[in-house]
Write a protein of this length. Sequence first.
Lengths: 143, 381
Amino acid sequence: MPYLPIPLPLPYPESEGFWEGCRRHELTIQACEDCGAYCHPPSPLCPACRSWKRGWSRVSGRGTVAGFTIVTRAIFPGMPVPYNIVRVELQEQQGLCLLGNLIDCPPETIEIGMPVTVVFEDVEPYITMYYFRRTEPDNSGET
Amino acid sequence: MESIKDRYAIVGIGQSPVTLRSGRSELSLALEAVTAAIEDAGLHTKDIDGIMGDHPIRVDAMAIAGALGLRRVGFFIEPEFAGGGVPGGIMHALAGIAAGRAEHVVCYKSLNGASKVTVPGMAFDLAPHENGFTRPFGLLDPAAYAGLAARRHMHEYGTTSRHFGAIAVTCRRHANRNSHAIMHDRPLTLEDHQQSELLADPLRILDRCVDVDGAAACIVTTAERARDLRQRPVYIMAAGQALSPCLARGTKDPTLPENETSLLSRQLFSMAGLTPSDIDVLQICDDFTCYVLMALEDLGFCRKGEGGGFVEGGHLDWPDGKIPLNTSGGNLSEGNLEGFNHIVEGVRQLRGAAQAQVGGAETVLVCGATGTATSGLILRR
């Protein structure tokens, strides 16, 4: 099979702020300038209050695994199996979730509720990807 | 707004053989199903004046109009959302008739799912501005999305892979009654399911539908016109579509109280004036076993979180179960026609002409694929 590279994110007007944040190695989530609600994936309009005033806010990068799967059958030649996909709920807002991969974590140890934190990797001159890594529970009282 | 209840009917059905290597074009398969449906209804080709076509990337309405030489087509629609969109496409056909644009609408779907070469991942995209948050992480296939939702359901409610497997076994048992099913004569046990290859943990290869080459079609018209035609009409008591904003955020969270399927359920039962206990046969589009289990909960056939125990109880098995499911084998074992096969089998049940005939079947609920924008129908004799 011919080698096909994994598609990299193509920033759109709404998502540029997110990927700019990744280039600085900061997890930056779209936040409404009127009501403060976070929104991901970013949108031109606030889903909570319909405001058009969209801003960006750096978040902690900490959250918990809300769902996961281990892909075990190759469906894309550029991505060797097995690999995991996780849905991470960020601690800043209930239901605020990012999809991603959990790195340095054996598949059999992944659990829903597991605390994770974001990490970054510069993969191309203009693209920095985010991933998640398992962490110890955050005892600061927020999660 | 007037209700559409009982004002329209399905009057003809047709289906091509399902195979793994047909060597035929999607257009050829579509025409076989379409002409069979026209013949079954006792209509002439020239009577067809409306088309509910396949997804626009496949055999579109223009291709069918051209191939059949249709000169009076005043209405057509090509619904999106694959298996989620098929019953909704029928609803659009009714809207076309109600608008006075057509009288006899032919509806069809045709796939070369087994023999066609497709580019992996390219056929399953969210809106382009969201791809950057899914595809780079390997969410390239519907199985990965279904796996995420399945794992969440297991965590929250104690559902197991064996529960998902029970649905695969039921559909296979029914396919073994259907001499046209791709998995006919291939019995399946729960142990076979448990030993099958993992695809996207917790889902196994036997939790996923079987891609085939094949086509299915039906004809809809007004109830009034239906009474003059060859077959006993199958009336449409309710038709609806539903989507949920949470789906646009990536993956289905089965623990949320409201979703596309629960919204669809409320619409369909309220329009039909029925409750789940009034349904005799269930036809739920089964791309993945886990979504069927979740749909049983969201449609109200069991309570949220209790799908696992429900599917184990034999309620879905022909002939003795309370509400037999996917009596021709469904996408899991008859072959994946994206849920159009579910409509055709629903009509057969209400005509008393199914191979796994449910005794005295008077009502059928057809639910499109869920975990995406979905749609459904309630049919009656």
